[in-house]
Structure formats: structure tokens, C-alpha cells
Design a binder for this molecule. Structure first.
Ligand code: UDP
Length: 244
């Protein structure tokens, strides 16, 4: 029986625990706590931990089947994932298919404007600096990742986008944009890590354009819990397996 060891870390949306007797794995426990605007806005989204854990588990399984190596091993219960322990690369990798959020604001282009090709952006993962946009050259020069690692991260992220675009389209969802994080295994290999959930993606209903993601919390749009449940139910409808 797998036993949870001491807490290694508490982030804004999850806690990470060691696995007793197995330093190669960790347990990620998803919380209902919600933050936005660099933790200036705080709240609780009831049921979010369950939605994000289950949705991440199902999407990581889908990505494994499609050949995208990632940290997911097993869903242990409603809110806890068993994952490989990795050293997180300090970059937030953002892929955009439709203009929205901070980029729409910065460039003065209307949200919802389609993009001719996906945009691939890197942000340096430091809350105190509000995750500034950085270039691959900056990431390489400052030693956050090597050139071969950056090449792998970019090609994996674009592949994840192709897989997820098709999957979400099949459940009536426009995948507007999303954020990924990558980690290094002890052998140096780069794999996909973190989570894939309504906290880290923008999901719009294809027919109505209704927002079904964390923007409902960020922008006080109401029915935040309902939107998270709706996303879990649509994803589960296609991907739920015996384990989930
Ligand atoms: N995102 C995230 N964590 C962050 C910043 C952004 O998961 O710290 C996600 C966000 O949910 C969206 C995408 O990355 O799906 C692009 O976000 P953007 O850069 O537009 O920033 P935002 O408007 O969310 O501040």
C-alpha cells in the first residue's frame, strides 16, 4: 500500500507530498482554493479540487496514449494524483489559438479574434515579478533550460495543442489558450508536468461562446462551480475509464 509522507510544498492550487519509501514519485493533492491576478484575488471554488484532479488525470492519460510523455501515474482518489517527481523548469509555456486575456489587453486586440497560427509564449515563473514574458534566448542564456530542452518543450507543447484542440472540439469546446509546465526526470529527460484544467485553460462553448473556466472567477461572472462541473462532465463523457 502506498503511504503518503510529509508535505514537500504547498502551492496556490495544490499540495505536494512525498511517497514513503519511493523518492521517485510524489502525490499531488488538488485544493478548492482559487487565486487570480497574482494572488491579489482569493477565494474558494467548491469542488474545484475534484474537477481539476480528475480532468488532469483523464487528459494526461489521453496524452500518454498519443505519445506525449508526462508525469501522470495514477489517480489515487477524488483529489490526489500519483506522479513522477520532476524538477520543474521555471517557465510557464502558454499556447494560444484565439486572442484572449493578457495578450489581448497588451496588444489592444479584441478577445475572440482568431489567430492564423498558434502563438507560443514563454513566461518566467516568478510570482514576485508577475511571471514576465521572456524569450527562448533569455531562458537559454540564464540557464533555465538548454537549447535541446527548449526545442523539446516547444515541439511537445505544439503537439499537446493539436491533440487537445481536436479532443475539446469533439466535446463542443473551443480551446482558446492554455498554460503548460514541464519537468526534468532524474535522467535529464523533459516530460510534461503540472495540470491541465479549467484553472489553466480557457474553454469557450463552441455554440454560445460561454466561458467555462477560471475567467468566471477572475471576472466575477457567476456560476463558477457550475462551469467547472460542466467541463468535468463533458470530458468524463468521452474519457472516463474504470480507474476514473
Ligand atoms: N495561465 C495560467 N497561469 C498563469 C497565467 C496564465 O494557467 O499564471 C493560463 C490562463 O488560464 C490562460 C493562459 O494561461 O488559459 C493564458 O493566460 P494569459 O497570459 O492571457 O494571462 P491571464 O489573462 O490569465 O492573466
Amino acid at each position: 500500500m502506498l503511504q503518503r509522507g510529509k508535505q514537500l510544498y504547498e502551492g496556490k492550487a495544490k499540495k505536494v507530498f512525498e511517497v514513503l519509501g519511493d523518492p521517485s514519485k510524489v502525490i499531488q493533492s488538488y485544493k478548492d482554493d482559487a487565486t487570480a491576478f497574482n494572488a491579489q484575488k482569493r477565494g474558494t471554488i467548491v469542488g474545484k479540487g475534484i474537477v481539476n484532479a480528475k480532468m488532469s488525470a483523464m487528459l494526461f492519460q489521453l496524452l500518454t496514449q498519443k505519445g506525449v510523455q508526462n508525469h501522470f501515474i495514477e489517480l489515487l482518489n477524488d483529489t490526489d494524483l500519483l506522479t513522477y517527481r520532476v524538477e520543474i523548469v521555471p517557465l510557464e509555456v502558454v499556447i494560444r489559438n484565439t486572442m484572449a486575456g493578457s495578450l489581448a489587453k497588451r496588444l489592444g486586440i479584441a478577445e475572440g479574434t482568431p489567430l492564423k497560427t498558434p502563438i507560443y509564449d514563454l513566461h518566467y515563473k516568478v510570482d514576485a515579478l508577475e511571471d514576465p514574458l521572456v524569450t527562448e534566448y533569455q531562458a537559454e542564456a540564464l540557464g533555465w533550460a538548454t537549447r535541446p530542452e527548449l526545442d523539446r518543450i516547444r515541439s511537445m507543447a505544439l503537439k499537446v495543442n493539436q491533440i487537445l484542440l481536436g479532443f475539446f472540439d469533439s466535446i463542443g469546446i473551443k480551446l482558446v489558450d492554455f498554460k503548460l509546465e514541464f519537468g526534468r526526470m532524474p535522467n535529464g529527460e523533459i516530460i510534461l508536468a503540472d495540470e491541465i484544467s479549467p484553472d489553466t485553460c480557457r474553454f469557450w462553448d463552441k455554440k454560445t461562446n460561454e466561458k467555462l473556466d477560471k475567467d468566471r472567477f477572475r471576472r466575477d461572472l457567476g456560476n463558477v462551480e457550475g462551469a467547472y462541473q460542466e467541463m468535468l462532465s463533458r470530458v468524463s463523457g468521452v474519457l472516463s475509464s474504470a480507474k476514473i
